[in-house]
Design a protein around this ligand. Structure first.
Ligand SMILES: *[C@@H]1O[C@H](CO)[C@@H](O)[C@H](O)[C@H]1NC(C)=O
Ligand SMILES: *[C@@H]1O[C@H](CO)[C@@H](O)[C@H](O)[C@H]1NC(C)=O
Ligand SMILES: *[C@@H]1O[C@H](CO)[C@@H](O)[C@H](O)[C@H]1NC(C)=O
Ligand SMILES: *[C@@H]1O[C@H](CO)[C@@H](O)[C@H](O)[C@H]1NC(C)=O
Length: 632
């Protein structure tokens, strides 16, 4: 394309003209023999069903060469005319949607028991895989004959009065499970955990294919077809195919070619004249563009300030915003319109970690729901962090009433807004967990660390306790418990309950959700709480009875939001990390309809049960959790 860069000469223009003339006529003439046979043209089972085309074929109506081996669809014979994906071992799944560009197909089980299909199917022997975005877990399936009341891993759609089918995550310890009357059925490797747990049986699951690789061809607007000339049965090629020409289309094509050629000539002449006049101007503009880009790029990375800069920015530490164990926060101004909050770390020796964490993790990330680190100061003994200033302060202010007891009046924001805030926080955490090349685990999610901007958009802040780990790593190593009592996940306190991972943030987020709904602290650390009702447990008991959860008088629309937030919250505070949904899943649950959500198992399995294994699944009294490390 360097022809376009210089000043166009007459030869160049002539060359381009003939080049295009040649390509266009080549393409139009080539339509005949290379075009798709009519028998392979795109088809649907019903008018609003997914389009069926290569690599798929409709088995009964299109010959084998129309599709890639293993990509067979059929239509149901009933009046629904649904599209069916046929997999090996006569597994049949209904198709909701096919995305040819992303190479994904959304499927669901007509009987809302996806696992039944997975048990039959060996997914690694099919051309489809679960997308990497799902959290994949391996499970062992047991067939149990006892009357034991299983909470965890029960596959209710496969169980009945006489026997229960249980899925035990491969990673959990067998001693926690009551398996004395169980027979092992099989292992299922690497499936998304929501397929196992009932709460998601009716939401379509995505499968993706990596072969044939037609995405690039699709993106260019060309057509992927099987290369019938090749000796390989699975060789594809990418063809330019004008949309199904007929004899009437032939003459239209001539006219179109004419129009294209004429406009092309006009454009060429235009470009030529324009180029001659504006080469200099463009060069100047380009230089400016690059300057601007470099400026913006510099702004994206946190700036390093000297201590003198910090003094100037905060106007000699004039306006104090807050005070904590870590240091003091001052309001500052970088320019007329950029207001910042400057956190001066008191004693940098004790906060070396915090400082490195914050600059290291926050300096590289940019998300609407994560507070932005504008700059930092490391000048001699002085350490300071400069954040964007968020005018509405912390979420804590809005969900807890002043006396810490009041319930309803604290919701000055209204439930719709609170739902938006919850979703924003979930998206922020999900972003941190997905990471670019590193996951960021925050480990201190709580209302105090969520700040609100002038539009009440939530931003996650305070990365002093955060941990960075690679994407492949499923657990992080920790020497001491971090976080805040009331939000800290059980495995962070004791490794007996599992590894510390991104699921530990899910737990804290669940506690935060329940506090948003309840407008009160789940645990009041200032009160001797042995006699106090543990609020999340109280909510679970009341919601499970399908009664009004005693939330006072709320409108029906509001009640739906409350119920949704509570159910998602209870899923998040499941005792074992493996039973908690991933943050990505939480986002989808919050965005979805509350009727699609299933009640989670009781996270507070009763303490008075005499059954053996239930003691292992029991939540120890929270008062027994001793390690408290308030971060501020
Ligand atoms: C299903 O297909 C049959 C035959 O192709 C057609 O008559 C009927 O209208 C279709 N039903 C729907 C709901 O599209
Ligand atoms: C599943 O398929 C893979 C690949 O074809 C094969 O190696 C494996 O043994 C199969 N597993 C079962 C349980 O059939
Ligand atoms: C589970 O075991 C019972 C008897 O041991 C048997 O009748 C039943 O078919 C089994 N269920 C499955 C799904 O294999
Ligand atoms: C198949 O190969 C033959 C000879 O190699 C060639 O003449 C023909 O055009 C090819 N057909 C297609 C559809 O590519």
């Amino acid at each position: 394309m360097n022809i376009f860069m210089g000043v166009p000469t007459f030869q160049n223009l002539l060359f381009i003209f003939f080049f295009f003339l040649f390509t266009i006529s080549g393409k139009t003439d080539g339509a005949g023999p290379a075009g798709p046979d009519d028998e392979c043209k795109p088809i649907r089972c019903k008018h609003n069903g997914p389009v069926i085309r290569f690599p798929f074929r409709l088995r009964d109506r299109q010959p084998t060469h129309c599709g890639y081996p293993g990509f067979e669809l059929s239509c149901t014979a009933d009046k629904e005319n649904s599209t069916v994906l046929e997999l090996p071992r006569s597994v049949k799944l209904l198709v909701k949607n096919i995305n040819y560009k992303n190479q994904q197909i959304q499927v669901y089980d007509p009987n809302m028991c996806f696992l039944r299909q997975i048990l039959n199917l060996n997914i690694s022997a099919s051309p489809f895989q679960f997308p990497f975005i799902y959290e994949l877990e391996s499970f062992i399936i047991f067939n149990c004959s006892s009357g034991y009341d299983y909470y965890y891993g029960l596959i209710s759609c496969l169980s009945n009065h006489d026997y229960k089918i249980i899925a035990k995550p491969y990673k959990t310890e067998t001693s926690y499970w009551e398996l004395s009357s169980c027979k092992k059925m099989l292992d299922i490797p690497s499936v998304p955990d929501f397929i196992i747990y009932d709460y998601n049986q009716n939401i379509p699951t995505s499968l993706e294919w990596s072969k044939p690789m037609c995405a690039k061809c699709e993106a260019q607007g060309m057509e992927c077809v099987l290369d019938r000339n090749s000796s390989l049965a699975t060789q594809t090629k990418c063809l330019y195919i004008p949309k199904h020409s007929t004899s009437a289309g032939k003459s239209r094509k001539l006219v179109i070619t004419g129009i294209i050629l004429c406009s092309f000539l006009l454009v060429l002449v235009g470009i030529g004249i324009y180029r001659l006049h504006s080469t200099n101007k463009i060069e100047k503009e380009n230089r400016q563009k690059i300057e601007k880009f470099l400026q913006d790029y510099r702004d994206l990375k946190p700036t390093r300030y000297s201590y003198a800069d910090i003094k100037r920015i905060t106007n000699q530490f004039k306006e104090k915003l807050g005070q904590g164990g870590y240091g003091t926060v001052f309001k500052g101004r970088i320019s007329n319109d950029v207001i910042v909050a400057v956190k001066i770390l008191n004693n940098f020796k004790g906060h070396g970690d915090e400082f490195i964490n914050e600059v290291g993790s926050m300096g590289t990330i940019h998300h609407v729901n994560v507070a932005r680190l504008v700059g930092f100061c490391a000048d001699g003994e002085q350490r300071a962090l400069v954040y964007e200033f968020l005018s509405n302060g912390s979420l804590e202010k809005y969900i807890f009433s002043a006396d810490g007891l009041g319930q309803r009046q604290s919701h000055s924001l209204g439930y719709d807004k609170l739902q938006d805030i919850a979703l924003g926080i979930a998206k922020g955490i999900d972003y941190l967990h997905q990471g670019c090349d590193q996951r960021i685990i925050h480990l201190d999610i709580k209302p105090h660390n969520v700040l609100l901007d002038q539009n009440f958009i939530p931003k996650i802040s305070d990365f002093g306790t955060a941990k960075l780990c690679s994407k492949e790593q499923s657990a992080v190593s920790m020497t001491a418990a971090r976080g805040t009592m009331g939000y800290i996940a059980p495995e962070v306190l004791s490794r007996n309950f599992g590894n510390v991972s991104h699921k530990s943030d899910v737990y804290s987020f669940g506690m935060l959700l329940l506090e948003i709904v309840g407008g009160r602290k789940n645990i009041d650390v200032n009160v001797d709480n042995t006699s106090q009702v543990y609020y999340p447990e109280w909510v679970y008991k009341h919601l499970n009875k399908e009664e009004d959860p005693g939330m006072g008088i709320v409108e029906e629309g509001q009640f739906k939001i409350i119920k949704k937030l509570i159910i998602v919250g209870l899923w998040c505070i499941q005792w074992y990390p493996v039973n908690r949904p991933s943050m990505n899943k939480v986002v989808r649950m919050l965005e979805g309809d509350e009727n699609d959500l299933v009640m989670p198992p009781n996270p507070f399995a009763s303490a008075d049960s005499s059954k053996r294994s239930s003691t292992a699944l029991k939540r120890p009294m929270h008062s027994a959790l001793e390690i408290i490390s308030e971060s501020d």
